[in-house]
Each structure stands twice: as C-alpha cells, then as structure tokens.
Design a protein around this ligand. Structure first.
Ligand SMILES: *C/C=C(C)/C=C/C=C(C)/C=C/C1=C(C)CCCC1(C)C
Length: 239
C-alpha cells in the first residue's frame, strides 16, 4: 500500500494528528500523577486519565481512517463520546459525592447525555433529512444537563462541599456551558439542515471538513481542560 502523508493544507488530518498526540500526552500525565495524588482524589484523577486515554485510542483510529478515506469517522466519533461523556458525568458525581450526592443524580446525568448523543447520531447519519429536529431534541437534553450543573442538584451540592469543590464545579460548569456548546456549532456546519434551514457551508465536503475541525478542537478543550480542572482541585483541596 502507498504510504499516506498529511498534506500541509489538510487541516482535518492535521487536527486528528495533533488531537491524538495531545490526548496521549494528557493520559500519560494524569496516570503518572496518580502516585502523587491523595487517596481522596485518586479516583477522580484516574477518571480524567481514562477520558483522555479512551479519546487517544479513538483519535489514533480516526486519524488513520480520515487519512486513508478522506471521510469523516462519524461512527467512531460517537463511540468515543458515548464512552467519555458519561465518564465526565461520573466526575461531577465523584466531586459532589462528599457533599452527599446520590447515585440517582449520576443516572440522571448519564441518561440525559445518552439522549443528547444518540439523537445527535441519528441527525448526522441515519436521518440526515431531519437533522434540525434531531439537533433540537439533542439540544433539550443538553440544556437539561446545563440546568442540573448550574442551578440543579450539582450546583446545590457543590455549594455545601467546601470552597475548593464549589470553585472547581463552577469552572467545570463553564466548560459544559461554553466548551460543550462548540459541538452543536460543528453539527450546524456539517448537517444538511444547517441552522434551522440556513446552510452555513454549502459544499457537502467542505461542510463535513468544517465539522471535523470544530469537533477536534472542542474535544481537546473539553477533555484535556476538564481533566486539568479536576487535577488542580486534587492539588488545591485542603484535605
Ligand atoms: C469529549 C466529548 C464531549 C464532551 C462531547 C460532547 C458533545 C456534545 C455536548 C454534543 C452535543 C450536540 C448537541 C447539543 C446538538 C447537536 C448534536 C450534538 C450531539 C453535536
């Protein structure tokens, strides 16, 4: 087989490559730091490492897939998200558990995230003709997660869990509100329904490329940044 190289103007392949390396480096960092992490925070930092590690494996695969086919690796993108987004819900549960979070809260977050992702997958693949409808349903589940974290149970528990946990939860809440909002932007760019019928990128190939670049940037911010907030909490918390 011919050796495939990344053309210098192939930004999609390049961001898959950088994404792979960044996720790998972050995983090594989180895993090695476990040794210097207090017992109380070890599971949280471990989960940060698992999130970036799972992403690293998917990025490695997606990088090769995209380079060889020139296509968007939608299926494995969603496999990655379906594994890593619930683990981010686990992070919220773990840091509020000390303030009395119940397992029911974790299930609510996971259930909403699965609705968000499965409906998004439908809109991107199985029923592209109704991408706006699926995007709206996905968006409702997304806003429910935002609600739980900003005003609902997560916010209330974080408030009583000490200043460091409250501060970290507030930063993570910003990740969910702003960092996660990058994904619907990618979806709007890449699906035929656009923004309620307004197509932002007309050419289908260009639209799909734009979507991948936006998703790749969002993943780096949200997976590595999110993990670093948890890591910082494990260093700053007084106990
Ligand atoms: C590590 C991966 C993460 C944090 C992925 C998050 C994905 C989302 C928040 C996706 C949200 C979507 C909508 C809110 C509407 C359109 C469809 C999605 C799935 C792109």
């Amino acid at each position: 087989m011919e050796h495939l190289k990344i053309a210098s103007d192939n930004y999609v392949a390049f961001t898959f490559f950088i994404g792979t390396m960044a996720m790998m480096a972050a995983s090594v960092f989180f895993f090695f730091e476990l040794n210097n992490t207090s017992q109380k925070w070890r599971t949280s930092v471990l989960v940060s490492g698992l999130i970036t590690f799972i992403a690293a494996v998917h990025y490695y695969y997606m990088r090769g897939y995209n380079l060889e086919t020139g296509e968007s690796p939608t299926f494995f993108r969603y496999v990655d998200w379906i594994l890593t987004v619930p683990l981010m819900c686990v992070e919220f549960y773990l840091i509020t558990k000390k303030a009395g979070a119940k397992i029911g809260l974790l299930w609510k977050l996971i259930f909403a995230s699965l609705i968000m992702l499965v409906t998004g997958y439908f809109g991107e693949t199985l029923d592209r003709a109704h991408s706006v409808l699926w995007g709206v349903i996905s968006g409702i589940a997304y806003f429910y997660i935002v609600y739980l974290i900003w005003f609902g149970e997560v916010a209330k528990l974080a408030h009583t869990a000490g200043t460091q946990v409250a501060k970290a939860t507030r930063i993570l809440a910003w990740f969910v509100l702003v960092g996660w909002a990058i994904y619907p932007l990618g979806y709007i760019l890449g699906t035929p329904g656009g923004l309620f019928g307004v197509q932002l990128v007309a050419d289908p190939a260009a639209a799909s490329h734009a979507m991948d670049i936006v998703y790749n940037i969002a993943d780096a911010i949200n997976k590595i940044g999110f993990g670093l907030v948890i890591y910082a909490l494990s260093r700053n918390a007084d106990n």
